[in-house]
Design a protein around this ligand. Structure first.
Ligand SMILES: [Zn+2]
Ligand SMILES: [Zn+2]
Length: 385
């Protein structure tokens, strides 16, 4: 039996969508921890079903889905729950929903695509005397049509799952028939008799991707000495830019610093690109007053702290360190650039790169010489072609 928890809730959902015939590539690409950060699984007892789906034995006229105890916090924060002295008015919650999910539940043939559409659901906090406040979901006269279509496909002890998008207020909603998970999945903290009431899974973890934060931490751990990174692939460059972003700026000079080959011990198999210190990058960005060195009018986007986002580039690539006695990871050689210019220097055509390189060379050659790094323009250009 597979246990469903915050590490594999998304994999569980991916399994479901692939089982109904949706394209695995699309499904894998959609249900990632990059997109969703929170999830809740609600079991649907008879009382929470649409009237026509309730078992004959049920005498309930209830049409909403009620949510109690901790699970309420998925929909309302504690303050809102505490402050509600009387029932709150219904409000509309935006949802995304898969039409293929609805088709599968109603035994129509699902399409190979998820067909994600917008819909909505009403929610409120219900306060009753001598009862715990509850959250109510769904008011059938006001819910979106697709959400009601989904509910029409759900019967006793099926489940309904809500996922929170990382960067919007919207939820993704899906329904799953009990037959899909019974005997193959259990929910991590489901009660002893196997009955699931509700489970919330916060901070969903992707099984495949390493979150950037964790990657940065891994790098920092590996190089605890001087917050440095090595290896020259795109990922390490991205990690380096992130480290630059949160580094304290250094306060260095243009004096030459002799390059000392680090102990090769422990770094066997890694690239020959020498380590870069993010605090020098930070210093360069602040020294440039957050402007691109190619053209100070180049536009970059703002970071949440209100300063423009800039990257740093080593004019003489660090991979050429072997040809230089003095350090290439030094103030004179570190150029703040807008992301577009930076990508262009790495991935552009040489005829577009050359004029920019010339400009940067002329800006920097005196400082490079002060730092013990003398180089002709032709030689520098050869590193870029
Ligand atoms: Zn670069
Ligand atoms: Zn630029």
């Amino acid at each position: 039996m597979n246990k469903v928890n915050e590490k594999n809730l998304l994999a569980f959902i991916i399994d479901y969508f692939t089982s109904i015939g949706c394209d695995p590539a699309e499904v894998n690409n959609y249900f990632t921890a990059r997109r969703f950060n929170d999830g809740i699984v609600l079991n649907l007892p008879a009382v929470c079903l649409l009237p026509e789906n309730k078992p004959a034995s049920s005498k309930s006229n209830q049409t909403h889905i009620h949510v109690t105890s901790k699970a309420r916090n998925f929909f309302y924060d504690s303050a809102a729950l505490d402050n509600a002295a009387v029932s709150t008015p219904w409000k509309s919650q935006m949802l995304s929903i898969s039409e293929s999910n609805i088709k599968a539940l109603t035994k129509e043939k699902a399409s190979a695509s998820l067909l994600v559409k917008d819909t909505s659901m009403m929610t409120k906090i219900e306060c009753r005397k001598s009862q715990e406040k509850q959250v109510q979901l769904s008011k059938i006269s006001k819910d979106g049509r697709l959400f009601l279509d989904l509910r029409r496909g759900l019967y006793e002890n099926d489940i309904i799952i809500f996922l929170k998008y990382r960067n919007s207020e919207k939820f993704f909603v899906l329904g799953m028939p009990r037959a899909f998970f019974k005997d193959s999945y259990v929910f991590e903290t489901a009660r002893k008799n196997g009955a699931l009431k509700s489970e919330t899974y916060t901070s969903l973890v992707s099984q495949k991707a390493i979150p950037v934060r964790a990657a940065i931490e891994a790098v920092l751990e590996e190089h605890s000495s001087d917050e440095v990174i090595e290896s020259e692939d795109a990922i390490s460059d991205a990690v380096y830019q992130s480290l630059v972003d949160c580094a304290k700026p250094g306060n260095t000079t243009y004096s030459p610093v002799e390059y000392v080959e680090p102990d090769s011990e422990g770094s066997a198999g890694k690239s020959r690109r020498p380590a870069a210190n993010p605090s020098l990058g930070r210093e360069a960005i602040e020294y440039s007053r957050f402007r691109c060195s190619v053209d100070e009018n180049h536009h970059s986007f703002m970071k949440p702290d209100g300063t423009p986002y800039l990257e740093v580039h080593h004019l003489i690539p660090l991979s050429q360190q072997a040809d230089f006695k003095y350090k290439l990871d030094t103030k004179a050689n570190i150029i703040p650039l807008c992301p577009n210019c930076h990508r262009m220097l790495h991935h552009g055509r040489i005829e577009d790169i050359e004029p920019i390189l010339k400009k940067l060379y002329e800006q920097r050659i005196e400082l490079l010489r002060q730092s013990g790094l003398d180089i002709s323009f032709e030689k520098l250009k050869s590193f870029y072609s």
